[in-house]
Structures are given as structure tokens and as C-alpha cells.
Design a protein around this ligand. Structure first.
Ligand SMILES: Nc1ncnc2c1ncn2[C@@H]1O[C@H](COP(=O)(O)OP(=O)(O)OP(=O)(O)O)[C@@H](O)[C@H]1O
Ligand SMILES: [Mg+2]
Length: 225
């Protein structure tokens, strides 16, 4: 049996602007094994965010396929895409993307609500997750009442809410100072080890790359390991 959880198979992505084609990804192939922690590096504009969006079903490739557990992703409609993401993928973004009017506990519970999971159960899991990212005493704080590092911890807890098979993180330390950055890297490493997460992190940060088990480089729209 294959241990590949998520795979890009000769994926191409072009954007069409003003009648001109911009080929961002060219026959990109990448396999993520269950439980792997992989860093994705490449110059600004090399297509890291684009690739994460395709892998997470936020966008569709121009050619080639994304496979999840061997099956091509079926994300033809927005509802199918939302169902795939909600059930199988956790996202962490550079700018946290928390909802400003919800407190930390409510933000973490949101993915479970989208899937209409029972409220009591999801609240209990959200509390456990916030506890495990070190925020048991910040659960009732809104994002504006949290530091950047704390907001990213909430975002990581939220990404884990629905027990996703894969976590995709796009420059998760990009907005943080050096000390906070290493706390977030340590947290990702601990979550990876404790929860057997499959983790793909796009990053400019050498420290993140060193923490990963494998580094994949994107250059001129192609992958080189
Ligand atoms: N919606 C879009 N329409 C047109 N071009 C786009 C679109 N999104 C991204 N691009 C272009 O695709 C290329 C890759 O962008 P992408 O955001 O994936 O790069 P990146 O590697 O994540 O860069 P960074 O390190 O700066 O985050 C860039 O040249 C960008 O201008
Ligand atoms: Mg990017």
C-alpha cells in the first residue's frame, strides 16, 4: 500500500491576464508521505502559494492532477471544494486570517461548525487544542487582544480542529520576530511529532527548512529537491 497522502502529478498552473498567459507552475510533481514534514522553498514569485492553493483545493490546476489518497481531487463545485478542505486539510497563513469578531475559542471551533459537528464535542476539542498550543488562559481573547505569535497559535489550533490528514502552512512565521518565530517552529515540530501530522510549509525561513525532514525547491515553475 502506498503511503502517499497528497500528490501533485505533472501539475501546471497558468494565469491569463490581458490575453497573455503567465505559466507559474510547469509540470510540478510532488508526493507527500503520511507523517512527513516537508518545507517548500523558492524565490518570491516562484509559485509556492499557488502550489499550496492547488494542493488544498482552493484553486484548480490548468493541467495535471492533484490526488488525495490516490484519488484525483473532485472539487468541481465550491461546495465540493469546501467539503474537501473542511474534512481533510488544515491551513495556516502568514497573516493568521482569524475572524476579528470571534474570540480564540470560537475561531478554533469554526471549521467544526462548517461541517455541522456537534457543538459540545467541538467546544471540548477546541479547548484541548488551545491548551496544547499554550493558550488556556487566552480563550476568550479576540484576535486584536492577542499578540502575533498568539494569533498564529490560535490559527494552528484551528487548522487541527477537524483532524485533517494534511496541514498546509504558507509562510507561517513571515510576520513574526525572531524569538516568536522559533516558538512557532517548535510548536509545529511538536504538533508534527505528537499528532503524526503530514505538514507542508512554504517558507523563506532557513530555520523552518532545517526543522523539516525534506526540502523541496521551486525554481522557474519547476521542482528540484
Ligand atoms: N491570481 C493571479 N493572477 C495572475 N497572476 C498571479 C495570480 N496569483 C499569483 N500570480 C503570479 O504567480 C506567480 C507566483 O505567485 P505565488 O504567490 O505563488 O508566489 P510565491 O512563491 O508564493 O511568492 P512569495 O514568496 O512572494 O509569497 C507570481 O509571479 C504572481 O505574480
Ligand atoms: Mg507566497
Amino acid at each position: 500500500m502506498s503511503n502517499v497522502v497528497l500528490q501533485a502529478d505533472a501539475v501546471e498552473k497558468s494565469y491569463f491576464l490581458g490575453g497573455k498567459e503567465l505559466a507559474v507552475l510547469q509540470r510540478v510533481s510532488l508526493e507527500l508521505q503520511v507523517g512527513e514534514f516537508v518545507a517548500l522553498q523558492g524565490a518570491s514569485g516562484s509559485g509556492k502559494s499557488t502550489l499550496l492553493q492547488l494542493l488544498g483545493g482552493l484553486d484548480r490546476p490548468t493541467a495535471g492532477a492533484i490526488r488525495f489518497e490516490g484519488e484525483p481531487l473532485r472539487v468541481q463545485t465550491p461546495a465540493q471544494a469546501a467539503e474537501f478542505r473542511g474534512s481533510h486539510v488544515g491551513f495556516v497563513f502568514q497573516a493568521y486570517h482569524l475572524l476579528p469578531d470571534l474570540d480564540a475559542l470560537e475561531n478554533v471551533q469554526l471549521p467544526a461548525q462548517v461541517l455541522r459537528r456537534p457543538q459540545a464535542e467541538s467546544e471540548q476539542r477546541a479547548r484541548e487544542l488551545l491548551d496544547s498550543v499554550g493558550l488556556s488562559d487566552r480563550m476568550d481573547h479576540r484576535p486584536s487582544e492577542l499578540s502575533g505569535g498568539e494569533q498564529q497559535r490560535v490559527a494552528i489550533a484551528r487548522a487541527l480542529m477537524n483532524k485533517p490528514e494534511i496541514v498546509l502552512a504558507d509562510e507561517p512565521t513571515g510576520n513574526l520576530d525572531t524569538g516568536t518565530e522559533s516558538e512557532i517552529i517548535d510548536l509545529l515540530k511538536r504538533m508534527h511529532a505528537e499528532r503524526q501530522l503530514t505538514l507542508l510549509v512554504a517558507t523563506h525561513d532557513e530555520t523552518v527548512a532545517r526543522a523539516a525532514q525534506r526540502v523541496v525547491h521551486l525554481k522557474d515553475g519547476r521542482v528540484c529537491e
